[in-house]
Design a protein. Structure first.
Lengths: 60, 428
């Protein structure tokens, strides 16, 4: 789960880079960069969930 | 061709930058004191010795290897869609011929050395009371040799983020005044990775009930550290404005005032929030608020009008205590120094506001692309690097070492030999 989230985050980065290359129009470029950031937030949320401690189970 | 007045102005800027950089280590000293004070008394000596060791490791690693990747002299470039993407410096190793380089290049190396040392202290504070000295030392060496130089090249060394303006018409390219991205977001991402990999302190999250409160052992260290750090931060922000943004020396007064306003606004907001929430102001959270304000100023102090700097600080000051609580209670993140909130979130907020309030067209988009690079490249890379390092050299001390304290376990003696050390159970 945590690794899946970490893999999603570069995907958002590549979406932002693709927007720079593919869209000269500032509005569409901005929209895709924001979409890339949202994908990264999704990846971060998945990573955070993967690291949540299960209460009552293994803990130091 | 450079006229004599241009040369005079350039010489003045270089002299001012050098003088400011001599004060910048106070930011590192302040942060080291804050980290030591927010940890337990039985780990205080290890925390401070560790800070010195991190500084040493980063200086050597950056000077030996990192500087060749960070600098603008020689670059690895590839071309996509007719645009050049400068992604890595390829200068000489071991600072060969540095003495014959232009003064700006020498100052850039000095700034980077100090900046990476500050970045290395951020994960060290987050892993307080459980991360081993040797592991912290290796993390600092990795940061100084490879990770920080790559980002520093992208942002300050003429890399592709700096060229977003010339290549894609996005304002002046990604702007980072004095390390909002390269120091604080990177250090905060590293802190998050350390906290996740090393896990929480023993007894922090019991099987039932709320998280155990483990207050810092010395509020005086923490608050004195905040005051010392202010001097260093002023120096970093003004030197960064001269070096990276090529600001005129006359504009430095506003940069310094913005730094004060961001820190002051953040502290005031945190003071009010904790007062309302707990009935009394909380010293450690207020220190976190102050530092968070300083961190936001690192990203944007030279780019904003004073009112915007105050607004930026106030918003971060309100968010800091709430985020610290949320990360601990809801996400089980045991971060004794509040590094994730203060540096990671504070740095990101500063970078966004630099784009929001910038007059240049497209600057916000440039900042967002930079943030996408930080989240999409550096957080996963740092996590995976530390995960591999943890397999080779475990980050976390063994349970017995944690029980007796890092000072006794790693150094053989405590910071306060005449004090009675509390047992874990005394926190219940």
């Amino acid at each position: 789960m945590k690794y899946a989230g970490l893999l999603v985050m570069p995907t958002g980065f590549f979406l932002a880079i693709a927007a720079l290359i593919l869209f000269p129009d500032p509005a569409r470029r901005g929209l895709f960069v924001v979409c890339g950031l949202l994908v990264q937030v999704l990846g971060l949320v998945v990573t955070v969930r993967g690291h949540l401690l299960n209460r009552g189970e293994t803990r130091p | 061709m450079m006229t004599s007045s241009d040369q005079g102005a350039s010489g003045l800027a270089a002299a001012m930058t050098f003088a400011l950089l001599l004060l910048a280590p106070l930011a590192i000293a302040g942060l080291a004191l804050v980290n030591a004070g927010l940890g337990r008394s039985r780990s205080a000596a290890q925390a401070l010795l560790g800070s010195l060791a991190m500084m040493a490791a980063t200086f050597i690693a950056f000077a030996g290897v990192g500087a060749c990747f960070a600098g603008p002299g020689g670059s690895a470039v590839f071309t996509i869609a007719g645009k050049n993407w400068n992604w890595l410096g390829t200068g000489p190793v071991l600072l060969v011929h540095l003495d014959k380089s232009p003064i700006e290049a020498q100052l850039a190396v000095l700034f980077n050395c100090l900046a990476v040392a500050l970045a290395a202290l951020i994960p060290w504070g987050a892993g307080a009371d459980r991360v081993r000295l040797v592991a912290g030392w290796l993390i600092a060496a990795l940061l100084g040799a490879f990770v920080f130089p790559l980002l520093a090249h992208w942002v300050w060394g003429g890399g592709w983020l700096a060229q977003l303006g010339s290549n894609f018409g996005l304002g002046d390219g990604f702007l980072d005044n004095a390390g909002g991205a390269t120091v604080h977001v990177l250090g905060g991402a590293c802190a998050l990775a350390v906290v996740w990999i090393a896990g929480p302190r023993r007894g922090k999250f019991p099987k039932e009930g709320l998280a155990t409160a483990m207050p810092g052992h010395n509020a005086a260290y923490v608050l004195a550290g905040c005051m010392i750090a202010l001097v260093g931060w002023l120096a970093f922000n003004c030197a960064g404005a001269l070096l990276w943004l090529h600001a005129e020396p006359v504009s430095l007064v506003v940069t310094a005032i913005n730094t004060l306003l961001a820190a002051g606004g953040a502290l005031g907001a945190t003071l009010v929030v904790t007062w309302v929430r707990f009935g009394k102001p909380d010293a450690s959270l207020c220190a976190n608020g102050w530092l968070a304000g300083l961190v936001t100023s690192s990203a944007c102090a030279a780019l904003l009008p004073p009112v915007a700097a105050l607004f930026t600080g106030i918003v971060m000051g309100i968010a800091t205590p709430l985020l610290v609580e949320f990360l601990e209670l809801a996400l089980s993140i045991d971060d004794p120094s509040g590094a994730v909130t203060v540096h990671f979130v504070g740095g990101l907020w500063g970078l966004v506001t630099a784009g929001v309030f910038a007059p240049q067209k497209g600057q916000l988009l440039a900042q967002l692309v930079g943030i996408a690079a930080l989240l999409g490249v550096f957080l996963p890379v740092v996590y995976l690097l530390l995960k591999v390092l943890d397999r080779i050299v475990p980050l976390r001390v063994d349970p017995d070492g944690e029980r007796i304290g890092m000072d006794l376990h790693e150094l053989g003696g405590g910071a306060y030999p005449e004090f009675v050390i509390h047992r874990d159970e005394s926190y219940r």
